[in-house]
Design a protein around this ligand. Structure first.
Ligand code: ADP
Length: 248
């Protein structure tokens, strides 16, 4: 009798959870088209033609870009939530690190020192696309939450037990310890104003968490306020394979 009630509650919860997922996915999808239209027309307006409108136009462009990013991030999360596994491709880490360096440099505009250390000498098994999106989110956070003249270090290394670690270290604002347990929740932010200013959607780390779960990888965060943070992604030995030199 009791177990029957529990089972009924659980199945109701699962149904509600599925409804929530579908709702978010549908709304995000429906928002995409009107946003594309607004964005498209805004891009066609020339601020030089009416200088008094230029600041408003710039703000509208910025906000419509923010909204587009938000919708894209929500769609990414919905897609990840609906998946139990990802393709198991070979993920070549040398080109991956080169891409991450370019992305960090583009975001930083030479305002930070960017260091990339490729020490592991191995590659990974996983989804190229999703791992790139996870790493890229960590790198973008490191740049966005580090004041000018700071240093971002991206390091791919190997542990004694055969596992591999991608570390993204910054010398930025840091995160108070009390916030760490909730930092990967959707829309969770330490400082809303700073996050807004930095152009974030509040969904980045949530996407990272989902991607890493699908890879059975573990995220470790160390941080000290005023000194910086280290986000380390740990891949078990089963995710690691020798680098194919022919592909270099
Ligand atoms: P956002 O889009 O707000 O950056 P994220 O999910 O990527 O959303 O990050 C959640 C929050 O965690 C951020 O708002 C910020 O407060 C904090 N955070 C993330 N990465 C860092 C970092 N490298 N340094 C300091 N704070 C960070």
């Amino acid at each position: 009798e009791y177990w029957l009630l529990v089972a009924r509650d659980v199945s109701k919860m699962l149904r509600l959870e599925q409804m929530r997922r579908d709702f978010v996915a549908n709304v995000s999808h429906e928002l995409r088209t009107p946003l594309t239209v607004v964005h498209g027309y805004l891009d066609m307006l020339d601020p030089a033609e009416s200088p008094e409108w230029a600041p408003m136009l710039a703000e509208m462009q910025k906000q419509s870009q923010r909204m587009t990013q938000l919708v894209e991030d929500l769609l990414t999360l919905s897609r990840l939530e609906a998946q139990d596994s990802l393709p198991d491709e070979s993920v070549a880490m040398a080109p991956m690190l080169a891409t991450l360096r370019r992305e960090a440099e583009a975001l930083s505009h030479k305002r930070h020192t960017i260091i990339v250390q490729d020490e592991a000498g191995v590659d990974l098994w996983g989804s190229n696309k999703e791992l790139h999106s996870a790493f890229s989110n960590l790198v973008s956070n490191a740049v966005r939450y580090t004041p000018v003249d700071g240093t971002i270090t991206i390091r791919f290394s190997r542990e004694a037990d055969g596992s591999a670690v991608l570390g993204v270290r910054d010398t930025g604002y840091g995160i108070p310890a009390s916030h760490l347990p909730r930092i990967t929740e959707r829309f969770y932010r330490v400082s809303t104003s700073r996050s807004r200013e930095s152009g974030g959607t509040g969904l980045g780390l949530s996407i990272v968490k989902h991607v890493l779960n699908l890879h059975q990888a573990r995220l470790e965060i160390e941080s000290e306020v005023g000194h910086g943070s280290l986000f380390s992604v740990h891949f078990g030995p089963e995710r690691v394979h020798p680098r194919n030199d022919a592909s270099l």
